[in-house]
Design a protein around this ligand. Sequence first.
Ligand code: ZN
Length: 167
Amino acid sequence: MATLEVLTLPDPRLKLVSTPITDITAEIDRFVQDFTETMQSFRGCVGLAAPQVDFPFRIVAVDVSVGRKPHPNHGLMVMLNPVVTACEGSESMREGCLSVPDFTGNVRRPTNISLTYLDPTGKECHLDTEGFEARAILHEIDHLDGLLFLDRVSSLKDDVFRRKNYL
Ligand SMILES: [Zn+2]
């Protein structure tokens, strides 16, 4: 097991579109372990996407049970090839990101989502979720398409805030 380095803005690798997983190889298996451990090494970190650690494949991890405020959740989920199949509602909330350590921003996203994905054993899964967990998943899926929350704010002037420390 190893902790991986997290890329930060303006690293151009954060803007790449990641590749779907076609085979769960030993390399993917090993990566998922290091990736999960890396996310858990940042206290209070609720999500991470593989391209953030320079592994440009469609893998995200989310665990909103470790956040500072309690939210309904499904615990730790590692998702391969996640695809949003339905969404509903709309709400603006403050977001942060390990790859954007100096800023937070208000981002409007759907409140309820359905998605399909493969778990790390290759099993097809379906999930309906809402609120903070849905937001965390959508934020991570954005990374797979080269999008950061800064690309989602309505106004860089009014909706982005500087901060001194991450978490
Ligand atoms: Zn992020």
